[in-house]
Design a protein around this ligand. Structure first.
Ligand code: PEP
Ligand code: MN
Length: 325
């Protein structure tokens, strides 16, 4: 932003007020006797009107944002009767892949009593290797819906191809866009056109600005809201599958005031780290967690090493509940 002072203003006093508001400023060359300050990128997010109210400030010019809709969305997205953001952490859990009807039904029965609100599971799977399990496809959507309905849960599942948007939206309460597809504009548009809220995973090498532009694409196409999902970005050390970017979570939650859910499963790639990362994510401002669980991780069709047992998730869920009571 550029803050221009009135001709008779005392620059030192205005600068002190800007700094007190959390801004880092740089004085620009005086133009025709008028002083201006540019705010620097690491400044706090301060409403333009609050700056105009400072004695001695004549004008505040804000650059146009590339993503005005997501900027204005606010910190809460409603998915039916569940509010994501602004309250107790929302848990989304279930297997990486939908494996069979019985399997998701049993998962839903075990997860619902833990306070989990969303049943997750991919019917269509975006796998790194084309030889890995690719998902059960369309029948998995029906199985998820029936399992969730039987236990009062919502469904979150991934949309992989624009031509599947209608069936996915017909069965899901929240349409997931996976990390590998955050840049796939036709897919983002197709998800948005369904009118459903979207859970938008961060591309594994995407900047926050790119991520927000992807969210904007969904909203522009008609999505009723976008919940961001941090799932780890690509690092250099394979000991953790990815690097969980909690700085991005804090920035989105506290500076941008947007709902961001953290997926510690894909971030860590190993189940022993997930409770610690889950706690850290909530402390950083996450609105909830998306966690992979499995009753028999050794036999999971995908991502077994990072699947939490239902018992470990129960302990984490109870802990989060206690700390938000
Ligand atoms: C998933 O959540 O099922 C998934 C494939 O995750 P990501 O897109 O983050 O890799
Ligand atoms: Mn997975």
């Amino acid at each position: 932003m550029i803050v221009t002072l009135a001709r008779d203003a005392d620059p030192a006093r205005v600068q002190a007020a800007l700094v007190a508001a959390g801004l880092w400023v740089e004085r620009l060359a005086d133009d025709d006797g008028r002083v201006s300050f540019a705010t620097l990128p690491h400044s706090a997010t301060v409403d333009r009107r609050a700056l105009l109210a400072i004695d001695g400030v004549a004008a505040v010019a804000a650059p146009a944002s590339a993503h005005p809709r997501i900027d204005a969305q606010g910190p809460v997205v409603r998915v039916g009767d569940v509010a994501v953001g602004g309250g107790a952490p929302v848990l989304m859990a279930g297997p990486c892949s939908v494996e069979s009807e019985r399997h998701v039904l049993e998962a839903a029965a075990r997860l619902a009593p833990l306070g989990v609100r969303f049943l997750r599971g991919g019917a269509y799977k975006p796998r790194t290797s084309p030889y890995a399990f690719q998902g059960v496809g369309a029948p998995g959507l029906e199985w998820l819906r029936r399992a969730a309905d039987a236990h009062g849960l919502k469904v979150v599942t991934e949309l992989l191809a624009p031509e599947d948007a209608e069936p996915v939206a017909a069965h899901a309460d929240l349409v997931q866009i996976g990390s590998r597809h955050m840049h796939a504009t036709p897919l983002l548009r197709a998800a948005g056109r369904t009118g459903r809220p979207v859970l938008l995973k961060r591309g594994m090498a995407a900047t926050i600005e790119e991520w927000l532009c992807a969210a904007e694409t969904c909203l522009l196409a008609g999505a009723s809201g976008v919940i961001l999902c941090e799932r780890g970005i690509r690092g250099f050390d394979p000991e953790t599958r990815n690097v969980l970017d909690l700085g991005a979570v804090a920035l989105l939650a506290h500076a941008r005031r947007l709902p961001v859910v953290v997926d510690p499963s894909h971030a860590a790639g190993r189940r022993d780290l997930i409770p610690a990362l889950g706690r850290a994510a909530i402390a950083a401002g996450a609105a909830g967690l998306l966690v992979e669980t499995h009753d028999d991780p050794g036999r999971a069709l995908s991502d077994g090493p990072q699947a939490l047992s239902h018992e470990t998730l129960a302990a984490l869920a109870a802990e989060l509940r206690r700390s938000h009571a």
